[in-house]
Design a protein around this ligand. Structure first.
Ligand SMILES: [Zn+2]
Length: 317
């Protein structure tokens, strides 16, 4: 049994950009975690491609986050345009569904870290027009919108304005990487479902990047989803597919109908993956393991496809 895959987060844009600087690489076929040839083996595929930026990029690459943001966006749009029979950029959940029916993959632009546009809420409307459909308030840094899971500290007034404006223009607000205080500040003001695009269960793996049970319950109450992150340090010690299942099964104890669990693999954003999960092509193996551990077909289809699609439909209109 194999299911279409809707994945809420990857860092393939930066991955491709990094490789480009060393001589060129293609989305169609590469040695990263995600390429179109491997994704094509799935019975349907929608991928959120994050344009990731942080102020740390000045130190890391000696380039401004603004330049890197623009180059990531250009890279992913260009790569989709080069492969129109395989993948198309989409702006709505309806287009994802239509592509799926036609056997075409869908690519959705998303934002991980608003450093690339100066944390400016006034720019969200233009970014929405370009096609961005989800945004975090930051990465691991403390910034003008909020503290992160590394620094602590809640939302500033500009952070509250950012959340309101993102929801007004039709972008999903993504709480992955935020501090616990910032998470609850967002929950106090949100008017739409909240997404943790790539965050696991802190009860199963105690890491500040993961969600406490109370946080996951709050996401459920908002009507949102948490996307399962394959990055090994957030899954467990020497994790394998059973460790992956432990997270999903724990979330299912809190959400027995499986309406609020999704996928957000963080592929190409992490060095180490669980044993048995090598890239986008491994989603069927993970589904087989979940079936073996007692999760039924109906719930798996929701986790793999329907839940993320539903939240996109509600938030991005
Ligand atoms: Zn991330």
């Amino acid at each position: 049994m194999s299911f279409p895959v809707f994945d809420l987060h990857c860092d393939t844009a930066l991955g491709l950009l990094g490789k480009e600087l060393c001589g060129g690489i293609e989305l169609k076929s590469n040695d990263l975690h995600i390429d179109l040839d491997r994704a094509k083996t799935l019975p349907g595929y929608a991928q959120c491609f994050a344009c990731f930026t942080t102020p740390f990029m000045e130190q890391w690459y000696k380039k401004s986050p603004v330049e890197i943001f623009e180059r990531e966006m250009a890279m992913i749009l260009h790569q989709m345009e080069k492969n129109p029979k395989m993948i198309r950029q989409v702006y709505s959940a309806e287009e994802v569904q239509k592509n799926q029916e036609k056997g075409i993959m869908s690519g959705i632009l998303t934002i991980e870290g608003p450093a690339g546009f100066g944390f400016d809420p006034a720019l969200l409307e233009d970014l929405q027009t370009i096609g961005f459909r989800m945004t975090t308030l930051g990465w691991n840094e403390m910034n003008v919108l909020t503290g992160s899971h590394k620094t602590g500290g809640g939302l500033t007034d500009q952070g509250r304005e950012f959340v309101k404006e993102a929801q007004r223009v039709g972008m999903m607000v993504d709480v992955s990487h935020i501090s616990d205080e910032g998470f609850w500040d967002i929950m106090d003001i949100t008017e739409k479902p909240i997404v943790a695009s790539h965050s696991n269960s802190r009860a199963v793996c105690d890491n500040s990047r993961n969600l406490t049970d109370d946080m996951f319950r709050a996401i459920c109450q908002s009507g949102g989803v948490a996307g399962f992150n394959q990055c090994a340090p957030f899954v467990g010690e020497k994790p394998d597919l059973d460790t992956v299942c432990d997270h999903i099964l724990h979330f299912l104890e809190l959400d027995p109908e499986g309406e609020h669990i999704a996928l957000g693999g963080d592929l190409d954003g992490c060095d180490e993956l669980p044993e048995g999960f090598d890239g986008v092509q491994s989603y069927p193996a993970m589904a087989a393991k979940l079936l073996e551990r007692g999760v039924d077909d109906t719930i798996l289809r929701k986790i793999y496809w329907e839940n993320a699609l539903g939240v996109m439909e509600v938030c991005c209109t």
